[in-house]
Ligand binder design. Structure first.
Ligand SMILES: [Mg+2]
Length: 330
């Protein structure tokens, strides 16, 4: 039996693992992933032609990990709360630093539009009213580490704070609630099945928050995607995820796709992250979500030690102190 700190570290480093494995294949079709890389079996550098990650060395994390660390730092500093305006300014500062480095790994579509509005002086409770893509789900893992999954209303309040400025919609919040609840349940010692059940429940409750935007139901699609690929051989499962579940930045596709790769990998963090990397599409975010949920259930001890060391070295990533601070808030 692992301890809560090991499971919380498993979530944070699992997120980074899935992000870095998917970094080179993001925004590519599945056919192009196969043509360019064959089958990915570990960290590789991004092909120079990749419009987002071209030139990034093997093992590099992307905006998913960077933003999840920013959210974690804000929660730790404010002892559990997130000030949406502060988060907006931290994200804008982060993007400026990426531009200064000539990086093309910049803010996603909902986040970009919302933060441009913040910069124009629109109040933060207005800026997220159309954000439905997966930017809130990809950065929400620290909320799952810092907050117990029950009572649901209090848990969702914290999830909504992390979403509001950019993704204050039924869809954006449902996607983030699914991921946060799965991680939180894993950190509490839950099994993979219990984490997935918690994700479905939280997504259903989260969809009653925020501004309503038309779109498929995340809770229903997470449960459906989990069953759709259960027990299938990997190649067939990847094909179904690409063609039926979808791998785009839409929360309704990439959040269920993350639970589908968890299902195929039976919760193994490394296998789940690799499967995501081989999908293409928003592979880094699908891998980050799947890796975080898997790692929260198995603990850091189940992640390959050498690869975690690579993540630390390549990205100067040290999550131990922050994770302990977040866990102390539970
Ligand atoms: Mg990314």
């Amino acid at each position: 039996m692992t301890d809560p700190l090991d499971r919380a570290l498993g979530a944070y480093y699992g997120l980074a693992l899935g992000d870095a494995l998917g970094m080179p294949t993001q925004s590519m079709s599945r056919e192009d992933v196969v043509r360019c890389y064959g089958t990915l079996t570990g960290f590789v550098p991004a092909h120079p032609d990749n419009p987002i990650s071209g030139g990034m060395p093997a093992g590099s994390v992307t905006d998913d990990t960077d933003q999840a660390v920013i959210v974690g730092r804000l929660i730790a500093e404010a002892r559990g709360r997130i000030d949406p305006l502060r988060l907006a300014h931290e994200l804008l500062d982060w993007e400026q630093k990426m531009k200064d480095k000539d990086s093309f790994d910049l803010l996603g579509p909902s986040t970009k539009a919302a933060l441009d509005a913040v910069a124009r002086g629109v109040p933060p409770h207005e800026t997220g009213r159309t954000g439905t893509t997966n930017g809130a789900a990809m950065r929400v893992t620290p909320v799952g580490i810092a907050c117990a999954p029950e009572p649901m209303d209090a848990f969702l309040d914290r999830v909504v704070e992390s979403c509001q400025v950019t993704h204050d919609t039924n869809i954006g919040i449902a996607g983030a609630a699914a991921v946060a609840a799965a991680v939180s349940t894993g950190v509490s010692g839950g099994t993979l099945d219990e984490s997935v059940a918690a994700a479905v429940n939280a997504a259903r409750a989260g969809a009653r928050r925020g501004h309503w935007v038309a779109g498929a139901d995340i809770a229903t699609r997470v449960a459906w995607a989990w069953d759709l690929v259960r027990g299938l051989p990997e190649a067939e499962a990847l094909d179904r995820i690409v063609t039926l579940v979808g791998t785009s930045v839409a929360s309704q596709e990439s959040v269920p796709a993350s639970f589908a790769v968890l299902s195929v990998a039976d919760g193994d963090p490394w296998r789940a992250a690799l499967l995501a990397a081989n999908l293409g599409g928003d592979s880094d975010t699908i891998g980050a979500i799947a890796g975080a949920v898997a790692g929260s259930v198995t603990g850091l001890a189940a992640l390959p030690t050498e690869d975690v060391q690579t993540l630390r070295t390549v990205n100067s990533l040290e999550l131990e102190v922050l994770t302990e601070e977040l866990l102390a808030l539970r």
